[in-house]
Design a protein around this ligand. Structure first.
Ligand SMILES: [Zn+2]
Length: 272
């Protein structure tokens, strides 16, 4: 059974230094308790709490409110298009005006009231069992990007926010995908050097400036990034400013490609 350390890094017990591991008794107790609860309690929808047929399933009423993203979309940022424009490499107006540093970004669902509720529950409400819902979505929408990647790296949280929240939701998503794909995960591959104010309400340019020089590749992890095709993961693609800043430092440290995979994506300027 894995665990998340104080930096938001998810560790597999087998590869974890003893100092970072909880005591063996605690690990066995947690694993046993989890299995016992799974056996006793019926599976519940991670959004509504309704009883469902199997773990990871959403209640049918809630499912209807989600919008899954399917082609056609911008070849770079993944913004869904209403019309199918001819050609696989069509870019949206924003990408034509100011290209991102990353190669391609894909997301499973549109960020709307329903997906926001689901993600906020995952982020703040300890509804970690929602990973059983999210990982299959990421496998489906990110299949092409996963096939072109060597290593998974999550967007890091600042230590202060990590302390408040207790875990990095992006690292958990990355760990879930790594387990499902067999790709290695570098949960501490990137570091956030300072806390940044929330991006909500900022213009695209303000967001870009807000996250400039905020990230770095963790010094002892540089050799694991150089020459690799990186799959960068976060929960929500908003303006792309944070992901772009992360992609820049990954590129500067020798990543040969950076693709982005998120659970949800903002598609309207006002829904941030
Ligand atoms: Zn685009």
């Amino acid at each position: 059974m894995g665990f998340v350390d104080r930096f938001g890094a998810m560790h597999d017990s087998a590869n974890t230094p003893d100092l970072l591991r909880p005591p063996a008794f605690t690990r066995r107790f947690r694993a046993g308790l989890g299995r016992a609860l799974d056996a006793i309690l019926p599976p519940r929808c991670p959004a509504t709490g309704d009883i469902v047929d199997r773990p990871g399933m959403l209640s049918p009423a809630f499912w209807q409110d989600l919008t899954f993203i399917a082609p056609p979309s911008c070849s770079c940022c993944g913004l869904p298009f209403a019309l199918d424009l001819d050609g696989a490499d069509v870019l949206c107006a924003a990408c034509l005006a100011e290209p991102f540093v990353f190669d391609h970004a894909r997301a499973a669902v549109v960020y709307n009231d329903a997906s926001r509720k689901l993600i906020l529950g995952f982020k703040y409400g300890d509804r970690l069992h929602a990973l059983q819902t999210f990982t299959p979505w990421l496998l489906r929408c990110g299949a092409e990007l996963i096939a072109q990647s060597d290593v998974i790296v999550p967007v890091p949280l600042h230590r202060r926010r990590l302390w408040l929240r207790r875990f990095n939701q992006s690292a958990l998503l990355a760990h879930g995908l790594a387990k499902a794909t067999g790709l290695p995960c570098l949960p501490a591959g990137l570091q956030r050097l300072r806390h940044t104010p929330p991006q909500k309400g900022l213009t695209r340019e303000q967001r870009r400036r807000n996250v400039a020089n905020v990230f770095q590749v963790t010094p002892h992890q540089q050799n694991k990034i150089a020459g690799k095709r990186v799959l960068l993961m976060d929960d929500v693609f908003t303006s792309g400013a944070t992901l772009n800043a992360c992609a820049r430092v990954l590129r500067d440290n020798g990543a040969t490609a950076v693709n982005v995979l998120t659970l949800a994506r903002v598609t309207r300027e006002d829904f941030t």
